[in-house]
Design a protein around this ligand. Structure first.
Ligand SMILES: *Cc1c(COP(=O)(O)O)cnc(C)c1O
Length: 398
């Protein structure tokens, strides 16, 4: 088995095949299937002439190793031919902040979705503001009307598809079209779908951001980020990653690559189980609404169907009004759903959430308590039985 000889061969492969083949070439690994973990700072040059002319594929550990190259190549193969390069970062949040710093400068204006991951807001309102970048938040459902929010100095638009916790599905191509007409670049936090279910670089996005901590790692054992860029944005992204001294730890790079190999089979199962449970929850008397773009009842369904090839295992539920003690009794009665932040691992999770106190462009009044579920790889019937235990406890308190 060898790497495809030219890019055309690569793009003829199904994404599932690319996930397995890309970024490895056992001919150069003495036959071993996997690229080893290279722990390294110094790279030795064979001759004075080589070091004077910076010759060789690798120059210094921080700037890349055979392990990081294998992972970058594999992610690039998943993104598609529009991807010019992939930067690897020590967390998803580092991926977001590095990508924003790469494209913005003092005096610029930035548009950010009101449903963006909350720590993204903190970075924009805090550090970016201090460096002279102003941020305006927009309604994630704004679509082409985002044109009205552009100022002469608007340099970038950040999309999150779908929104964190609340799952509004933006019209990314319409937003990207408006941005490009005005010379702005488009960044997308693609953590929910991964490049397997949303090839955002083909939908007008210039920079695609992944918290690889979630599905790419897939086992709740690493913090990791990756940023893919098209040819227009890759030089700025590569430079920002370099000058900020960003480099991910070699063991985490290895685990991210190991997780990536099974991404398709895991996501398929997350998708099927989450849809089954979401449909079942829709029919529960305690539930007001399920926020999941792959459900035909969801307001974002048409856009999801047009732009995405799948849905992952994360969605939210609005319960009918119930006192906080009843919701807490529901949560405390669950034994298979752990309560904790992050998601994308093999295990099921749930958290209560409330977006009301930080949104600025939209109001959040869902009509009842909100819970976000991550559906793991457990058996669906076991998960439903666990949720029934939770609902029984909720009813006892109410
Ligand atoms: C978790 C998450 C991040 C941040 O990733 P970390 O690896 O935890 O820093 C960014 N965006 C989204 C949508 C996330 O869910």
């Amino acid at each position: 088995m060898t790497q495809p000889k030219n890019p055309t061969d690569l793009w003829e492969q199904h994404p599932d095949t690319r996930l397995v083949t890309a970024g490895r070439d056992p001919r150069f690994l003495n036959g071993f299937v996997n690229t080893p973990v290279v722990h390294g700072s110094t790279v030795l040059y064979p001759t004075a002439d080589d070091i004077r002319n910076d010759r060789g594929e690798f120059q210094y550990g921080r700037e890349g190793t055979p392990t990081t190259k294998a992972l970058s190549d594999a992610i690039a193969a998943l993104e598609g031919p529009a991807c010019a390069g992939v930067a690897l970062l020590p967390s998803g949040l580092a991926a977001i902040s590095t990508a924003l710093l790469a494209v913005l400068k003092s005096g610029d204006h930035l548009l950010v979705s009101d449903s963006a991951y909350r720590p993204t807001r903190r970075f924009c309102d805090g550090m970016l503001a201090r460096y002279g970048v102003t941020t305006t938040y927009y309604d994630p459902l704004i679509g082409a009307d985002i044109a009205k929010l552009f100022k002469p100095n608007t340099r970038a638009v950040l999309v999150e598809a779908p929104g964190s916790q609340s799952f509004e599905m933006p019209d990314t191509p319409a937003i990207a079209h408006a941005a490009h007409e005005r010379g702005a670049v488009v960044l997308n936090d693609n953590t929910w779908a991964t490049p397997l279910f949303f090839r955002s670089l083909d939908k007008g996005v210039d920079i695609s951001i992944h918290a690889a901590t979630k599905y790419i790692g897939g086992h709740s054992d690493i913090m990791f980020g990756a940023v893919s860029a098209n040819a227009g944005c890759w030089p700025a992204l590569a430079e920002a990653t370099l000058v900020l001294g960003q480099c991910a730890g070699p063991d985490d790079v290895f685990l991210a690559l190991r997780g990536l190999r099974t991404l398709s089979v895991r996501l398929d199962r997350h998708q099927q189980s989450a849809l089954q449970i979401a449909r079942w929850l829709e029919r529960r008397p305690e539930v007001l609404r399920v926020l999941h773009p792959a459900l035909p009842t969801d307001p974002g369904h048409a856009i999801w169907k047009r732009d995405f090839t799948g849905a992952s295992g994360l969605f939210s539920v609005i319960l009918k009004p119930a006192p906080e003690q009843a919701v807490d009794a529901f949560l405390d009665a669950l034994t298979l759903f752990g309560m904790g932040y992050s998601w994308g691992g093999y295990e099921s999770l749930v958290i209560p959430f409330d977006c009301a106190n930080y949104r600025t462009a939209t109001t959040w009044s869902p009509g009842g308590p909100a819970l976000r579920f991550h559906i793991g790889l457990e058996d669906v019937e076991d998960l439903k039985a666990d949720l029934v235990r939770g609902f029984d406890a909720l009813k006892r308190v109410r």
